[in-house]
Design a protein. Sequence first.
Length: 255
Amino acid sequence: MIVGSDYLTLWNIRREFGEIHTSILWSIIQSSPVFIAKISQDSSLIASCGKYDKLLKIWDRISFGESSLFDLTYLLHPSSITNLRWKRHDYNNLPKNDEYTNTLYSLGRDSVLRIWSSYNYEKKHIIQHWGSLDLYEETCKRKGRRFVNIVDDYLVTHALRTALGKLYSQELIEIQKRQPDLAIVADENANISVFAIENLSQNPPKLINITKLKSLKFYPKAFVSNPQYINFAETIMDPNGNLSVVIHDLNGVIR
């Protein structure tokens, strides 16, 4: 577990004989308090930034065990960073280390979702900008707020398999073949745009492809009225293959 404050601290949490034990693996003081800190699914990378930071820190873990060491890379953004997320994989079918690369999403106040690919080349860790999605879809009038939720490819695949078991749809079959991640972009009035992002986490990295799939309208009671800032909890799937997500407006509304 990664915890941010004046320090960035990596904790090891383990269960032994029915009891929970914790220990600090690594901790380092920060130049400004940590606003966001996210750790990759394989615990090899940490992304962190301070409030109003334009400089994203990527901590590459170079040793594992009772103590850890990290290399640091800086990624400059044109505007302050408002959210971070590492791509996740199916816990029941995790890829081997040499079969994937870690993918990071960063969102800035400019409403651009940036996609970063992290991989090793000739024993060197490289992380580079791999693509972007403008949440305004090239709209000239950049008015109102935009929010985005990412649904990982394995969840999309399971959900489409469930849907195709109930009805035949050539459109859904074509999407399933592409195995994309989905970026679901919403505005203040619950208008939704769904984008497919393909070729993420390939090793070696491949050029990603971003295409718009559909425009939708949220049922009013399922969305937040006049949201200021929205946090999307991780999308989950129930035993029947249905997807759910909690939408939290920090003004105090949860859907």
